[in-house]
Design a protein around this ligand. Structure first.
Ligand SMILES: Cc1cc2nc3c(=O)[nH]c(=O)nc-3n(C[C@H](O)[C@H](O)[C@H](O)COP(=O)(O)O)c2cc1C
Length: 255
């Protein structure tokens, strides 16, 4: 079965899909859009077709019928919301509702991926979470003991039993064979989590553990060839921020 199926009766031959196809996988034949090789399944043809003549039979298209342009969101409110986002390190024990988890994952699924590869992995830490955190804590306790002799900022660092996951109700590891695609997915997921009243901490320390101790990585059962790019600690914030902290001036260069 072709990745893209054109209903020739519905196709009006406008060529919008042909012009918008990044892979030049469509052309007009006898006034009808026609598929050749090279399709990356990005769905631009499906999205742009004015008559709904394009189908993607391998995909579930329920919920795809309506778009909400980002430009509908007030840009000032959006920017202020982005600036108001804070890393959260204190969480309420309240669990995250399954519907909210679904929306967070859905936001990650819809982040752009290079060549529409869609190979980002999402792993929720569940039954083995305690075991995994313990392994990381033991690893870091040893590391901080040695490191604090040389690194000043580590001198007051205490590696508590919940150092990595902060007793938060939800931990999602986002993985991939590269770093860019999972990072983009994570950013989308964080903003979605924020819009649902949830806070997020990226645990770079946890990702470091997956490199320092291969056993930690193995316990995650990541898809083949994947590395843990981000570890998102998610839950309802137990803190409230009243102000936006200042940031360094940005240095924008023009060349
Ligand atoms: C890739 C990445 C890894 C991070 N790892 C950790 C971490 O392991 N532990 C931690 O407490 N904060 C971690 N952070 C949070 C940063 O310290 C935080 O973003 C920074 O202090 C700025 O605060 P803000 O996010 O509230 O603007 C990480 C952030 C990023 C983007």
């Amino acid at each position: 079965m072709d990745k893209i199926v054109i209903d020739k009766k519905r196709c009006i031959g406008c060529g919008k899909c042909v012009r918008d196809c990044v892979a030049s996988a469509l052309y007009l034949k006898n006034g009808k859009a026609t598929l050749r090789s090279g399709c990356i399944e990005c769905g631009h043809c499906y999205a742009i077709c004015p008559t709904g003549a394009v189908d993607m039979p391998d995909y579930d298209t329920s919920g795809c019928a309506q778009t909400v342009p980002m430009s509908d969101i007030d840009s000032e409110v959006f920017l202020q919301a982005i600036k108001s986002r804070r890393t959260i390190r204190q969480f309420k024990p309240q669990p995250v509702e399954p519907e909210k988890i679904r929306k967070i994952l859905e936001a990650g699924r819809y982040a752009p991926t290079a060549s529409n590869g869609q190979k980002v992995g999402f792993t929720i830490l569940d039954t083995r979470r305690g075991e995994i955190e313990k392994l990381c804590v033991n690893l870091f306790r040893k590391g901080v003991d040695i490191g604090s002799k040389f690194i000043r900022s580590w001198r007051h660092t205490e590696i508590t039993d919940s150092f990595f996951f902060k007793d938060a109700p939800l931990v999602i590891v986002v993985s991939g064979s590269d770093s860019v695609n999972p990072s983009l997915a994570s950013a989308y997921m964080e903003l979605m989590a924020n819009s649902l009243g949830l806070g997020v901490l990226y645990s770079g320390f946890f990702c470091a553990c997956t490199i320092l101790n291969p056993k930690v990585k193995k316990m995650l059962h990541l898809p083949r060839g994947h590395k843990a790019v981000s570890c998102m600690i998610i839950g309802y914030p137990a803190v409230e921020y009243k102000r936006i902290p200042p940031r360094k001036e940005k240095k924008v260069r023009r060349v």
